[in-house]
Structure formats: C-alpha cells, structure tokens
Design a protein around this ligand. Structure first.
Ligand SMILES: [Zn+2]
Ligand SMILES: [Zn+2]
Ligand SMILES: [Zn+2]
Ligand SMILES: [Zn+2]
Length: 121
C-alpha cells in the first residue's frame, strides 16, 4: 500500500521564531502578557496599539497601508518592529553570552571574620 499524494508540508511550518517579541511594546525578550511597558505601534512606533494604528489618508485602521510611515520601535529604521530585517534580531541572537557570575568574592570576607576566643579549660 502506498499513501498517494503524501506531500511534505513541513515547509509551511516555517520555523517559528524562538525569540519572543512583545506585541504590545514591540520589545524583544518578553511576551505580551508579561509586558509592563506602554503600548507602541508595530507599524509606526507611535504610542498606540498596533490595532489602533490609523491612516488619515485612507482611513484604514490596524493595518499597514501604502501611506504608512514605517518606523521600527527597536532600531528606529523604516521597517516594522517585527521586521526580520531589523538589526535587533541579530543582536539579540549573539548577546546570549552571559558573563560569568563571580559576584561573590572574598573581598568582604573580613566582615564575616569571627574572632573565636580561646576557650580555656
Ligand atoms: Zn512589552
Ligand atoms: Zn501606528
Ligand atoms: Zn493609508
Ligand atoms: Zn528595526
């Protein structure tokens, strides 16, 4: 038995971005529900939700129209905040190198030095 018409559809499952972008403030690294920031438009980087983005020329709301003056919230360039051309994505990818945690030094050890008196028997 052959399964006819079996096609590889895996390609349509474009690898979802593992990096998180907030849909509210457009910043990277946290999800929308964890956002504590002001809302910013993904299209024009103004202070409104993306769905409230409005074109005064064609009166469309919440979508990118030909008149939209694109501005990236993250880098300031003329693309949408979720644009894959944004340099922020690459920066984020390489900045995952965490510095060694060596906060605990022996510098302050004298604070903890306890003078133990000789116990005479
Ligand atoms: Zn956010
Ligand atoms: Zn907008
Ligand atoms: Zn328009
Ligand atoms: Zn950008």
């Amino acid at each position: 038995m052959y399964i006819a018409g079996l096609q590889l559809i895996a390609e349509s499952y474009k690898a979802a971005d593992t990096k998180t972008q907030c849909q509210k403030c457009q910043r990277l690294g946290h999800s929308t529900k964890d956002c504590i920031n002001q809302e910013y438009c993904q299209i024009c980087a103004e202070r409104h939700y993306t769905r409230q983005h409005k074109c005064h020329i064609c009166q469309t709301i919440g979508v990118e129209c030909p008149h939209a003056k694109l501005k990236c919230r993250n880098c300031g360039e003329n693309h949408r905040a979720n644009s894959q051309t944004c340099a922020m994505w690459e920066k984020k990818a390489v900045s995952s190198v965490s510095p060694a945690k060596s906060d605990i030094t022996m510098k302050n050890s004298s604070d903890f030095a306890v003078v133990i008196p000789h116990v005479r028997k």
